[in-house]
Design a protein around this ligand. Structure first.
Ligand code: AMP
Length: 141
């Protein structure tokens, strides 16, 4: 199984935000889209990623409200990306090693989707269910 298989069912839409937006706007978007991260884009280029964890960190620092803090000051700019042809096993390893739960997927330099750790777990769970079903049938036949 590769990431392209997940994207085929999940789709390629990626929620994004501009670096000059405020963290209060990020919170509203995360709630609106029921997701945990936004890709930060400027001039149609990905320049960073901002997640729930970054919002928590900003809350922990005293001084200023979320409405006064900007995405550009809280985002991660060194974005780890994946390719649609990456295996799900390798992706689980990458996300675990780097302690990230969100992976923008790029194909030919363009955003082709976003895979979350939840998508990876769901895919593994579905595969195990099928394998379990086949093994049970094999044993009973
Ligand atoms: P997460 O566990 O995905 O909520 O993110 C934990 C931290 O890693 C946050 O500071 C994020 O900005 C950062 N982060 C999340 N995804 C990525 C990624 N694909 N590349 C680089 N940093 C990331």
């Amino acid at each position: 199984m590769i990431l392209r298989d997940i994207l085929r069912t999940k789709g390629s839409s990626v929620h994004s935000i501009h670096p000059s937006a405020t963290l209060a706007e990020v919170v509203n978007r995360l709630v609106e889209h029921n997701c945990g991260s936004l890709v930060v884009c400027e001039n149609e280029q990905m320049v960073g990623i901002i997640t729930e964890r970054d919002i928590l960190r900003a809350c922990a620092f005293n001084g200023g409200t979320l409405a006064e803090k900007l995405v550009r000051d809280s985002m991660t700019t060194n974005v780890t990306i994946g390719s649609p042809d990456d295996s799900i096993g390798d992706t689980m390893g990458l996300m675990t090693d780097r302690r990230i739960r969100h992976l923008p997927i790029l194909e030919e330099g363009k955003l082709a989707g976003l895979i979350s750790i939840g998508d990876v777990v769901k895919s593994q769970h579905d595969n195990l269910e099928v394998e379990n079903h086949l093994l049970k049938n094999y044993i009973q036949s």
